[in-house]
Design a protein around this ligand. Structure first.
Ligand code: PMP
Length: 385
């Protein structure tokens, strides 16, 4: 076994595709420690700066004191506490839906929802740049699975026209995780409606960030439950903790409770996680200045990067990839940034299409202008030809 696996690993390394973890020695924040040094952190998803917020941390600690450390069982056995229940009710209000259901991660939510709602004879249609968990959910479901061109509504319509009369589910990221662009949701919703399909939006990177109240890409584009009846959101990004939820009508949520295997056959999140998330949800809603500050930092970064001639993507969100192209070049640039004390992850295939390796810069309301300027200086240096 060992030599066979070693050969596979060596091949991956030769292609510049070897993935390495870094050991963090500090909490999340704009400045983190690793390898005994401090780094400016521009690769996390803590968009609102809530992962280490004192009120959230305190709610977590008090939650652990009140509820203990673990969920103890699945939700359907004896793991569904009043803390989980209250968070679900608050998430439903936040999302403007009848109900919300907690999942232990976004990955599990996407797998569970798609496989619960569709099966053999049905069709699942997805944007080709959707997150891996949506893609995997489509493959796992056993439904006829097809991908349409990125944000390409005509390509979706063509595929919808070719589907039979059985159930059709269209799934899209709200904000694409590696490009940062917002999906053309009004057009996707119209296409889904005209073919009798259901639209599912994974707003992992939009919720908390986009929309005046942080309601995400749907609020940003003025859409609601009738447009996208299935909304998935994660709790480990803008909300700074972990887990995910699905929000929608009563019947959707009850169907998921009966049929979503990643909901039924897994231990509930620790109740303290639910308490911490209740605190961060309150902050995310009440402190609109975090979204405004983030938007201003995004504008500052884009203006600076454009002035430097860096190749940006068409994104107004905190995900601001800088295109590099070759895998090795992206890794080398990330290493040069690290030497300058700036941490930006290099993203390579298969996470992104071949030839589009990039530095995935992410901004947070916890950053300040001077830190964004330091990032720009370091990028100019690291990408100098
Ligand atoms: N959907 C999208 C668009 C994501 O970016 C991610 C996380 N990278 C997920 C789902 C999975 O969420 P989680 O990390 O909670 O499993």
């Amino acid at each position: 076994m060992r030599s066979e696996l070693a050969a596979g690993l060596a091949e991956r390394a030769a292609q510049g595709l070897y993935r390495r973890r870094r050991v963090l020695e500090s909490p999340q924040g704009p400045v983190v420690r690793r390898d005994g040094r401090e780094f400016l952190n521009f690769c996390g998803n803590d968009y609102l700066g809530l992962a280490n917020h004192p009120e959230v941390v305190r709610a977590f600690a008090l939650g652990a004191e009140r509820w203990g450390a673990g969920g103890g069982a699945s939700h359907l056995v004896c793991g569904h506490t009043a803390a989980h229940h209250a968070l679900e009710e608050e998430l439903a209000v936040f999302a403007g839906r009848e109900r919300a259901l907690l999942f232990s991660s976004g990955y599990m939510a996407n797998l569970g929802v798609i496989a619960a709602l569709t099966g053999r004879g049905d069709s699942v249609l997805e944007d080709k740049l959707n997150h891996a968990s949506l893609i995997d959910g489509g493959l796992l479901s056993g439904a006829r699975f097809s991908r349409y061109g990125h944000a390409d509504v005509a390509s979706l319509q063509e595929k919808l026209a070719g589907c039979g009369s059985r159930r059709k589910l269209v799934a899209s990221d709200g904000v694409f995780s590696m490009d940062g662009d917002v999906a053309p949701l009004p057009q996707l919703a119209a296409a889904a409606r005209s073919y009798g399909a259901w639209l599912m939006v994974d707003d992992a990177h939009g919720l908390g960030v986009l929309g005046a109240n942080g309601g995400g890409s749907l609020e940003h584009l003025g859409l609601g439950q009738e447009d996208a009846p299935i909304l998935m959101g994660t709790l480990g990004k803008a909300f700074g903790v972990c887990g995910a939820f699905v929000a929608g009508c009563e019947e959707l949520i009850e169907t998921l409770i009966q049929q979503a295997r990643t909901y039924i056959y897994t231990t509930s999140l620790p109740p303290a996680v639910a308490e911490a998330t209740r605190a961060s949800l309150r902050l995310a809603q009440s402190e609109g200045w975090r979204r405004e500050k983030l938007r201003a930092l995004v504008r500052r970064f884009r203006a600076g990067a454009e002035a430097l001639g860096l190749e940006l993507m068409s994104s107004d969100t905190p995900i601001q990839p800088v295109l590099v192209g070759a895998n090795e070049a992206a890794v080398a640039a990330s290493e040069r940034l690290a030497e300058a004390g700036v941490w930006v992850a290099a993203i390579r295939p298969p996470t992104v299409p071949a030839g589009t390796a990039r530095l995935r810069v992410t901004l947070s309301a916890a950053h300040d202008e001077a830190q964004v300027d330091r990032l720009l200086d370091a990028l100019a240096e690291a990408l100098r030809p």
